[in-house]
Design a protein around this ligand. Structure first.
Ligand code: HEM
Length: 170
């Protein structure tokens, strides 16, 4: 139970923050999220998670000798780091224009694929659907707050990344 709580809280929080960032920064994407149904919203979250994997690297120990196109021969027992971000941006997996947010990319997945962002195989994240549902509901409610304007309050460094969002209600 503790493992589930720890594994699920920080990651989902990060997803919500990252998705909110994209939605505030990109009005067209925000409108699409607000106007779209469940599938569109899941598709958008899925794409944001593909571009911004919360868990960026997975470690695995190779169980048998393998030959790979990128790294050549890897003997059994080697510990390898799998770059999830690079994997998600691989055109061979993601298709054309991998840096572009395309909610239909995963085939309109109702509860998202996240590509490799939830891992794969027997240890694939069991909380994938829960986290996407939580994020979708939270963001839907957040964006429905009656706000005359969503404005950005610049941080002291003036960089986009440090900007804080503030909601001005009428
Ligand atoms: C955006 C949210 C989340 C992300 C990005 C995420 C990501 C991941 C990834 C990449 C793994 C695979 C780790 C590996 O293969 O070594 C994993 C495993 C796991 N996740 Fe998540 N997770 C999220 C949300 C959640 C939630 C909400 C829960 C629980 C309610 C959860 C529980 C777990 C557990 C228990 C494992 C271990 C599974 C196993 O080893 O068999 N995660 N998660």
């Amino acid at each position: 139970m503790l493992a589930y709580s720890i594994a699920g809280m920080l990651t989902t929080r990060e997803l919500i923050v990252m998705a909110a960032w994209y939605l505030f920064e990109q009005p067209a994407l925000r409108e699409r999220f607000q106007g779209g149904g469940r599938d569109v919203q899941f598709g958008i979250l899925d794409e944001i998670l593909r571009l911004e994997p919360i868990v960026a690297v997975l470690a695995r120990r190779v169980v048998e000798d393998i030959d790979t196109p990128a790294c050549g021969h890897i003997p059994a027992g080697t510990l390898v780091a799998i770059d999830i971000r690079a994997t998600n941006l691989d055109e061979a997996a993601a298709g054309a224009c991998p840096h572009r947010i395309d909610p239909d990319r995963a085939g309109g997945a109702a509860a998202g694929s996240g590509f490799m962002s939830f891992g794969d195989g027997s240890h694939r994240c069991p909380g994938a659907q829960l986290s996407l549902h939580e994020a979708r509901l939270f963001l839907e409610k957040l964006l429905a707050v009656p706000a005359s304007s969503w404005s950005r309050r610049r941080g002291s460094t003036g960089s986009g990344r440090s900007a804080a969002m503030s909601c001005a209600t009428p």
